[in-house]
Design a protein around this ligand. Sequence first.
Ligand code: CP3
Length: 359
Amino acid sequence: MSTVVNRIPPQSRDKRLIAALRGDVRERPPFWLMRQAGRYLPEYRALRGQAKNFLEFCYTPDLAVEATLQPIRRFHPDGAILFADILLVPDALGQAVDYRDGEGPVLSPVTGPAAVDRLGLDGLHDRLAPVYQTVRRLADTLPEDVALIGFAGAPWTVATYMVEGGSSRDHATIKRWALGEPESFQGLIDLLEIATIAYLKRQIVAGAEVVQLFDTWAGVLPEAGFRRWCLEPVARIIAALGRDYPGVPVIGFPRGCGVLYRDFARESGVAAVGLDGTVPLAWARDELQTISTVQGNLDPQLLVAGGAPMRDAIDAILAQLAAGPLVFNLGHGIVPDTPVDNVLRLAEQVRDWRSESVG
Ligand code: CP3
């Protein structure tokens, strides 16, 4: 007999974020911000100083719970995103992962099938157990109107860091492998797909009410590569989650995929597509919002700039997209030099919005 139960409590349905992901339109859209916890907050920098390194920070539930809650206290968004990182999965698969100040993540590169064979799923849940504990504690402590968002990196984006050994300017190494020897590269994507499904299922069991798949580097592939390495793995992950947890919406964020956003919205099974800051608003309204909820898409540098340019850009997003299902967000994560006051103004402006065409 299946032991799978849908742990989404009935009250989730009344949360503004969950309602928008089901396609509801209320008098104002929900909002949260990618990377809402991070170095732009002085209290985050203080907390970060308590951990030996960033991995230990993510794997210490006391610290990760606190980091998740910091932006909730300041800005009262409609969603709280679990504090963790997309590179915990390679770490839990057995790859050496290190974060260096000013340098970003550094990984021992996975350069071919032999290196993939040295990774494995055996230690996955043991290593990630503190993350599940963080989710459980958040589910117990969040304000009742705030939805808990779990997440993982999508296989392609996680693979870029695994193969390039960190951040990359041109993704030359992974593209040569994926595009030149697709059958060999498929093994790495298959492993990441299985790990991601297992990881997200545990987050859901622990209390995540929504999950987001971050595909930050979806935009660097040609069309056929985008379909095979981004759209199809994400679609299989969403189908697998849907079989056990049909009530849990998935947000996909295939950053930079341009007109392919439409195929992604149609074919992946997402409840919402996360739009980067370059997606035209009228196109999103006519071509995407007719298929799914949309999330986005203020350019993070407008949040740094503040003032009238930010105010007008927020108004434009709301004017074009808030009459349909929308989750207000940025087009990418908050950057470290963002003034906290600008985030407060953004939150106020979205919270004060009242759509004239609704209610
Ligand atoms: O959104 C949140 O507030 C939740 C936490 C979160 C982090 N990373 C914390 C973090 C989430 C959702 C992520 C996702 C993530 N991580 C992505 C996808 C989204 C995106 O930004 O494109 C990617 C590509 C990563 C990988 C990663 N982690 C990089 C490249 C870096 C170094 C560069 C940087 O921004 O610092 C990290 C480190 C990281 N992840 C930090 C935080 C708060 C900063 C580390 C520190 O505090 O020293």
